[in-house]
Design a protein around this ligand. Structure first.
Ligand code: NAD
Ligand code: ZN
Length: 366
């Protein structure tokens, strides 16, 4: 069992990583509940597999539970479902001292965290993430959001959980493609500032993708520690440090937009190709040597992740992809974050990227 502390100015909390933790969830969760009531939110894939056992354990410890199962998928992160969720919490008499628990992937975590931040002006919240992406990324750091007509994740809040309980064994039921997509975000932490962890990924990625619990646990702990360290320096994304977590995301979002946010390319896959592009673009700008970019591309390829435009099934012109980036920029109202690298584990925020040059680079990328 490993505990990673997320050390924030006003909201420190533990992330517990333990294979089999869900078998003992009542004991792990009890110290983090202010009273003995929990509202458990899950989705239609996770709920049937994990809610009944969790509920019977909690009830056996004297913790009362109410459960709500929402449809699986990104479409659930919307206003209508938020309203349905908050109405349900209120109809069931939620009080501020009660705990709302998100049991699911990033969709359930983001939606439930947002609801917990606004219900009665904020109630207790815990995360029990069940996808690899949620375990290594979305459950830690306190960002919550829903999607709206103007775009993804534009309505939301910062709501740090009281506790995050991670059981790598639940990944046994996660579809292989989702595991791979989450792995792209794992590799990201090595590329941002942990070169030794990238080497570990090169050596152990195959084992991890084969479902090896030890490899998964190690990678989750490393990823959560890396994210916690960055978030602790810049909780609300004010200094630029937290922006490092967006490595591969500017290119990646353009690829997602080009493929219509469809199942052609799921988020982690777009990020994988985006990271390879960010490294190759860093070579073009003279920041990084070609061998490093080739290593990144080779590892993603070996992990059966997209690692180039063509392997991401994107055949658009460079200008069209840059237009997607600009739209992204306009929508987020800030500067266009371009994360480039001096080498593996040496990412930095470049302020002076010429978008004509990016378009020309993409036109010459395969
Ligand atoms: P998701 O929640 O849709 O989960 C992916 C799929 O796997 C779903 O079909 C889900 O039902 C299923 N699933 C999850 N756990 C399972 C399990 N153990 N067994 C079987 N099936 C399981 O998507 P995701 O990839 O987990 O998260 C993506 C979301 O996270 C996006 O909405 C994204 O915006 C958000 N996100 C948020 C942050 C943040 O900091 N808040 C960071 C990254 C991503
Ligand atoms: Zn991401």
């Amino acid at each position: 069992m490993t505990r990673v502390k997320v050390d924030l100015a006003n909201n420190s909390y533990d992330v517990m990583v333990e294979a089999g933790a869900l078998e003992n969830a009542a004991n792990h969760l009890a110290p983090h509940l202010s009273n003995s009531r929990a509202f458990i939110i899950s989705d239609s894939n996770v709920g049937p597999a994990y809610v009944p056992k969790l509920v019977s354990q909690l009830n056996a410890e004297g913790i009362k539970t109410k459960t709500l199962e929402l449809p699986a998928g990104e479409g659930t992160k919307n206003w209508q479902t938020l309203e349905k969720l908050t109405d349900w919490l209120l109809e069931n008499g939620i009080e501020r001292a009660d705990t709302v628990a998100a049991l699911g992937g990033g969709v359930i975590g983001d939606l439930t965290g947002f609801a917990a931040s606004i219900i009665k002006r904020g109630c207790n919240f815990v995360q029990i993430p069940t996808s690899l992406l949620a375990q290594v990324d979305s459950s830690v750091g306190g960002k919550t959001a829903i999607n709206s007509a103007a775009g993804k994740n534009l309505v939301g809040s910062f709501k740090q959980p009281k506790f995050v309980l991670i059981d790598p064994l639940v990944l046994g039921t996660l579809p292989d493609r989702e595991l791979r997509a989450g792995y792209a975000e794992v590799v990201k932490y090595g590329l941002i500032d942990r070169p030794e962890f990238f080497v570990w990924c090169e050596q152990n990625g195959g084992k991890l993708l084969g479902g090896d619990p030890e490899a998964l646990s190690y990678a989750i702990v490393q990823s959560v520690s890396a994210k916690a360290a960055i978030v602790a320096e810049d909780e609300k994304e004010l200094t630029g440090k937290r922006a490092l977590l967006n490595l591969g995301h500017t290119f990646g979002h353009a690829l997602e937009a080009e493929t219509g946010y469809s199942s052609t390319l799921v988020h982690g896959e777009a990020v994988a190709a985006g990271m390879a592009l960010a490294f190759h673009y860093s070579v073009r700008r003279g920041h990084c040597d070609n061998a490093a970019a080739e290593r990144v591309e080779a590892h993603l390829k070996q992990s059966s992740l997209p690692h180039s435009l063509s392997s991401a099934s994107v055949h658009a012109t460079g200008q069209r992809l840059v237009d997607h980036m600009l739209l992204d920029k306009k929508m987020s109202g800030g500067t266009l974050p371009f994360l480039l690298a001096n080498g593996i584990g040496q990412t930095f925020l470049a302020q002076d990227v010429d978008l004509h040059d990016v378009a020309a680079f993409l036109d010459h990328s395969e």
